[in-house]
Design a protein around this ligand. Structure first.
Ligand code: CUA
Length: 337
């Protein structure tokens, strides 16, 4: 019964890996499709080689046994099968060389294709911090630039060039459904091209150990049709709208009079901190604290009340707020649509 359970669990986990928001087995961009191709080629070539080697090994064992059982059988090198085998050696070497040439060629071509950028690319700069992602969109002019955090929106079928930098230690940018990994290294700029081909939600994850909360350094990637993307972009470019609700107005005052403004920026207000994530359109994001928690009122409250409890080691300090102040701040944040 254990065997059956194990087999079922194995099959389930294999199938679970084939579809999803964070898997390289479900490619949704040119780059990840090319990586998928190289992966399948390697699996095929190495799989065939592995099976052939196993088959020869089994055959050799079987013959050795037979020889021991019947001492009269001819010695090695004297049977027709041995003759065939030694003549087949050339073919065997040719097969190995062909396999290696195929793997090298595919690897070379895929590597080159990853560096190619299509026409009219969207330009995005991603800066890694312990432990969150700053995302700067660059438009046609300064008025079209905007900053967000822990989320990327990409229009489908349009190439994007992502400029990768780091503020503290080495991180790695990885959205398995869209492309391979690229390191973000302090003091240097790396580039990555992504041409998404399918609308959908995906998940990215830091793929280089970068400290205590490395595992909680994720981000959301949304591939939109061009219209939806443009609508999102227009909203992001706009400044925050002043709150109208009484509690939210009070929350804004708390936000700007307490430590919040030291680190966070809200476009259109006095809050201009650049140490932490830009909060101008916080409510347009699905998660808070770099993919750690869903963006709900309760989670926002828990996060602000005790950041070190949610994500130990985070730079976000615990700010002393009364429960009224906490509620007011959250009400204000909820107006940042
Ligand atoms: Cu950033 Cu791991």
């Amino acid at each position: 019964r254990w065997g059956k359970t194990l087999a079922a669990a194995g099959l389930a986990s294999c199938l679970a890996g084939c579809r999803g928001v964070q898997t390289m087995l479900d490619p949704a961009a040119d780059q990840s499709r090319h990586i998928d191709l190289i992966w399948r080629t390697m699996l095929g070539v190495c799989g065939v080689m592995y099976l052939l080697v196993l088959a020869f090994l089994a055959w050799a064992l079987w013959r050795a046994r037979q020889r021991r059982a019947e001492p009269d059988t001819p010695a090695v090198g004297e049977t027709a099968a041995d003759d065939l085998l030694s003549r087949g050696l050339t073919g065997w070497i040719a097969l190995i060389v062909a396999g290696l040439v195929l793997l090298t060629t595919v690897s070379f071509l895929v590597d080159r294709s990853l560096a190619e950028v299509g026409p009219d690319p969207l330009r995005i700069k991603v800066t890694a911090n312990q432990w969150w992602w700053q995302v700067d969109y660059r438009g046609q002019g300064p008025s079209e630039n905007f900053t967000t955090a822990n989320v990327l929106h990409l229009p489908v079928n349009r190439p994007a060039v992502i400029e990768l930098q780091a503020n503290d230690v080495i991180h790695s940018f990885w959205v398995p459904n869209l492309s391979g990994k690229t390191d973000l290294i302090p003091g240097r700029t790396n580039y990555m091209a992504i041409t998404p081909r399918r609308v959908g939600s995906f998940r990215g994850q830091c793929a280089e150990f970068c400290g205590f909360e490395h595992a909680k350094m994720a981000f959301d990637v949304q591939v939109d049709d061009p219209k939806t993307f443009e609508a999102w972009r227009q909203r992001q470019v706009a400044s925050a709208v002043d709150p109208k609700d009484f509690e939210a107005i009070e929350g804004k005052q708390v936000f700007t009079s307490k430590a919040c403004v030291m680190c966070h920026r809200i476009q259109g207000t006095d809050a201009g901190g650049t140490v932490g994530p830009d909060l101008t359109h916080l409510m347009s994001r699905a998660h808070i604290a770099a993919g750690t928690r869903p963006n709900t009122r309760g989670d926002l409250q828990a996060w602000i009340a005790d950041p070190q409890g949610v994500k130990p080691g985070t730079s976000m300090p615990r700010v002393a707020l009364s429960s009224d102040e906490l509620n007011a701040v959250v009400s204000y944040l909820e107006t940042l649509k």
